[in-house]
Design a protein. Structure first.
Length: 238
């Protein structure tokens, strides 16, 4: 092998290393406990940060506490949330690449009924999880029962404390798969669907351009979608 191709490979490799900087550090991100949408995004972000030489530690806590810890800089950021929180919390920076999807679905023990926006739930007693902002925003027009977890919501419904619950689709699938809940049905179509985004605290602002570029590459490669589909296949398997 001549020295010219070897020299080219060495130079090209060096340019690639400069194009995507490496950060030898560890980030601790807070995340909503029990939410399987966050499990998918955790897989996406672990791969993305690995490309930057960053190790992730994910601290799963109740939703309201997770957001407070991220916004106050107790953690390094929030694994994933809906867009818009950067306007409510000055300490948070949105990484502007969708890394997941949250679909809110209705489960009930009552006879099926057509789902068409939050107003279609007005005749029913509704339960939602405390601290998940997209669910809390939807409840403003109605009285709801707040619970600390998705599993608790299903138990309240089976105990006839509520008629319907609104939960993230993947999490609901997991609860139904792992618990013997009689008479529970999922209604179609989903009540809502929103893109999810990763947030970093302001103290980690130096990472934002690099992780944005990596996530854009993963999105264009179809890698983010593939990770989600692989996880859904795992949930659907016996």
């Amino acid at each position: 092998m001549s020295t010219r191709p070897l020299r080219f490979l060495l130079v090209f490799g060096g340019l690639l290393a400069l194009a995507i900087p490496s950060y030898a550090r560890t980030l601790t991100l807070t995340s909503v406990d029990e939410s399987l949408a966050t499990v998918v995004v955790e897989r996406v972000l672990r791969e993305a940060y690995q490309r930057l030489g960053v190790e992730l530690v994910v601290d799963r806590v109740p939703a309201k506490r997770a957001l407070r810890m991220a916004a106050d800089g107790i953690s390094d950021g929030e694994l994933v949330r809906i867009a818009g929180l950067e306007f409510e919390h000055d300490g948070l920076i949105l990484v502007p690449v969708p890394v997941g999807i949250i679909e809110g679905v209705v489960f009930t023990t009552r006879p099926p009924f057509p789902v068409s926006g939050w107003s279609s739930l007005l005749p029913y007693r509704v339960g939602v999880q405390r601290g998940i902002r997209i669910l809390e925003r939807g409840r403003y027009s109605m009285e709801v029962l707040l619970a600390s977890s998705t599993t608790q919501l299903f138990k309240l419904m089976v105990a006839d404390r509520v008629d319907t619950i609104v939960v993230p689709n993947l999490t609901g699938m997991k609860v139904l798969k792992t618990h013997d809940l009689k008479g529970v049905r999922q209604l179609d179509p989903p009540l809502f669907s929103h893109d999810l985004y990763h947030y970093l605290h302001w103290k980690n602002r130096d990472l934002v351009p690099a992780i944005t570029e990596v996530l854009r590459n993963m999105r264009s490669e179809g890698r983010i979608k593939q990770i989600r589909m692989d996880y859904i296949s795992e949930l659907s398997s016996p």
